[in-house]
Design a protein around this ligand. Sequence first.
Ligand SMILES: Nc1ncnc2c1ncn2[C@@H]1O[C@H](COP(=O)(O)OP(=O)(O)OP(=O)(O)O)[C@@H](O)[C@H]1O
Ligand SMILES: [Mg+2]
Length: 299
Amino acid sequence: MSIVEKAAEKLKALRPEPQVSPPTAPQLDTKSSHSAPTVQRLMERGLAADQPAEAAPLWHVDKMALERMGFLPAHGDGDGERRLADEMRRIKRPLLVNVTGKGVKALAHAERIVVTSAGAGEGKSFTAMNLALSLAREPDFEVLLVDGDITKSTITRAFGLDGRPGLMDVLADERRQPAEVIVRTDVLNLLVVPAGERRPLIGELFGSRRMDAVLEGLGGRNRRRLVVFDSAPLLATSESQVLASYMGQVVVVVAAGHTRQQALHASLQSLSDSQYVGLILNMSNLPASENHYDCGYGY
Ligand SMILES: Nc1ncnc2c1ncn2[C@@H]1O[C@H](COP(=O)(O)OP(=O)(O)OP(=O)(O)O)[C@@H](O)[C@H]1O
Ligand SMILES: [Mg+2]
């Protein structure tokens, strides 16, 4: 059997379940290469044949549903959207500098970025979502947005991926390949990993040796890929601190008038000096209809 035939066999075996198919044809930006025969595409792009997400149909992202959940600004190019886009650019720029190795210090796994905060409701998921979308517009990268908040699984619900295998399933079952739970969306350069089945002992699973292998599998072999995690609050659960410990870069959202100084201090204490920590002031004192961030980096 030729190498190409073997690759085709392997891909066939790894192809995800048929219900993955989107209910409607992709409507957002799509990669034209998806219509090419799988094996040819893999050969053209020089990708390993063990990346089933490459072969899976694109998952249709319902932008209107995301908006209804309050995650995306309204369509159009009004002041609010432009402002949010600009804020995201300011937030992502230092992160990208670190990813390209031009930051002030060398980071292990700068491509792994977690968005977290001290407490609940401070804007982690909103920021993770919009940061991921903004990063996905960078021509040199693709973005894997991982729902690391297993209990709330906000990202999973926002993308309509409830009930699909995700991070927890691949952590709990060593026979699963991390690539199996990656969902390639019809938003250009955006991939998503849902939270997966809720199980007990999340912190233990996050802290297990298997987590290293899973993180490697999700992003490690692909130098173009940025992996952005949404997370539970740092002070509410121990698993969010464990999750953060694997990351090269940590974005800490601070909600103006809400996050207590002591809580922020305790959150920062839980992070390591070897990580790059960015602080974002969210929900500053402006009208409720507007998006508002201010950011500063370092302690
Ligand atoms: N900068 C912002 N502009 C507009 N709306 C925002 C902004 N930040 C957060 N929100 C809104 O505030 C609410 C809470 O935000 P979000 O769900 O992101 O918080 P969270 O920290 O992830 O909460 P939890 O801890 O419950 O997961 C959401 O409705 C979100 O859309
Ligand atoms: Mg959240």
